[in-house]
Design a protein around this ligand. Structure first.
Ligand code: FES
Ligand SMILES: [Fe+2]
Length: 437
């Protein structure tokens, strides 16, 4: 086996297009072979050693033989800022369900690095997105996360007013400023798309459309959920967590920890049947699916099924880079878990619950309570504990726990997440990541 071992260096200097082709994990898992010249390997090795001031991480293409990526990718502010530019400013970011924008003036805001974007339905029924910044002296326009605007967006500083089409209302500014034509001033637009039932934005004007990028992801979501079109926003739970955003992503697809990490996870492992579940990994997404387990578990009971439920399964589907679409067995919940990077050492988790019924049934309320009070806080504590350890001078990288068969409780999905992460960078970008600390 040692002869097959491939280093992280091998991996990152190889075209990710080769190794990120669609595949299913489990039976038939593909481990393509990749080669590179010894000279390039030696040169890159020096860069990594210098950059990370330690041993080379042995990230291998085969998850069964792979180390994790170095701790620096979770702790370096330079790498964090690079991720914002190369990943978050170039990929489609989750905004909400299309039902969040039913009426003119309905809006949602979203932070992407230092940028803030407002998405709204205008008077003509068109969905629009703008940078959430006043064109006068830059004050943020809207600070609320969601709500409904009346007729205009009014800046809190000097009361410049913008229509829902983004145009500045001339009567809201001084009328006789030399050479200043208010009719030429408008908010800076951002690309927005409705994809399936959800709304996404992209700061990159050159990015492919959601349809081009996602290659059938909407169909997969529709296969998970019985009715993805009707749910309305029920509530949002927000956690500000002292960890890098990727620690949360790792945890969210970590099949290894489910039956092990604390009492609420052990309940979860009885609630869902992961042995008879499924894992999916492709070029843009990953999914962890568990069948229904014991309906009388201590987390929430689904012995009494509600009139409407989305799935008999636990669904956990991650669209790269940072949003999960979930449901729990026999609940009227589509639960969107949106991870927002804040700094190298902090992130925000927004857990949005979408439900079909106006008044939620006991089973679904029980699942929300279990998530908000039991499983969620237990996972947050795990994430904070990992970040503390990643900052230790004693830790550089660990080993993915994946058995030979890449079975149901292995960490191969986390490994795949880093294939996607690495693929988001060009060869030149990856070389730059290596020289950051
Ligand atoms: S900064 Fe917005 S009106 Fe002055
Ligand atoms: Fe967990």
């Amino acid at each position: 086996m040692a002869g097959l071992r491939q280093t992280w260096l091998t991996h990152i200097t190889t075209s990710m297009a080769v190794i990120c082709r669609a595949r299913n994990l489990g039976l038939g898992f593909a481990f393509p072979s990749i080669t590179m010249s010894a000279a390039r390997r030696a040169q890159g090795m020096n860069e990594i050693k210098t950059a990370l001031r330690g041993e080379v991480s042995g990230f291998a293409d085969d998850p069964r033989m792979s180390q994790t990526l170095p701790a620096a990718i979770y702790t370096s502010q330079k790498i964090f800022e690079f991720e914002i530019e190369k990943i978050f400013a170039k990929t489609w970011q989750f905004i909400g369900h299309k039902n969040d924008f039913r009426e003119p003036g309905d809006f949602v805001t979203k932070e992407i690095g230092r940028d803030s974007v407002i998405v709204l339905r205008d008077r003509e029924g068109e969905l629009r997105a703008f940078h959430n910044v006043c064109r006068h002296r830059a004050h943020r326009l809207v600070s609320e996360k969601r709500g409904s605007l009346k007729v205009v967006i009014t800046c809190p500083y000097h009361s410049w007013a913008y229509g829902l089409d983004g145009g500045l209302r001339p009567n809201s500014v001084k009328s006789d400023v030399y050479g200043f034509d208010p009719s030429k001033i408008a908010l800076v637009p951002v690309r927005v798309e409705e994809y399936g039932s959800f709304v996404f934005i992209n700061l990159d004007d050159d990015a492919p459309t959601m349809v081009e990028h996602c290659k059938g992801y909407d169909e997969r979501l529709r296969s998970h959920f019985r009715d993805i079109d009707r749910p309305k926003h029920h509530s949002t739970m927000v956690y500000d967590v002292d960890c890098n955003w990727k620690v949360v992503m790792d945890n969210g697809i970590d099949a290894y920890h489910l039956g092990i990490s604390g009492p609420h996870h052990q309940v979860f492992n009885r609630m869902c049947d992961f042995k008879n579940g499924r894992q999916i990994a492709d070029d843009v997404s990953l999914a962890l699916i568990g069948g229904p387990g014991d309906p009388n578990n201590e987390g929430y009971s689904f012995a009494n099924k509600p009139d409407f439920w989305q799935s008999e399964n636990f669904i956990d589907d991650l669209l790269f880079p940072a949003v999960f679409f979930l449901t729990f067995p026999y609940t009227d919940i589509i639960y969107v878990f949106d991870v927002i990077p804040v700094s190298a050492q902090t992130c925000r988790i927004e857990m949005l619950y979408y439900c079909v019924a106006d008044e939620l049934d006991e089973t679904s309320l029980g699942a929300i309570r279990y998530m908000n009070e039991d499983l969620g806080p237990e996972d947050v504590d795990l994430n904070v504990g990992v970040q503390q350890g990643l900052n230790s001078r004693a830790y550089d990288a660990g080993r993915f726990m994946v058995d030979t068969a890449a079975g149901y409780d292995g960490e191969q999905l986390i490994h795949h997440f880093y294939r996607l992460w690495l693929a988001a960078f060009s060869d030149e970008d990856r070389a730059r990541v290596l020289v950051m600390d």
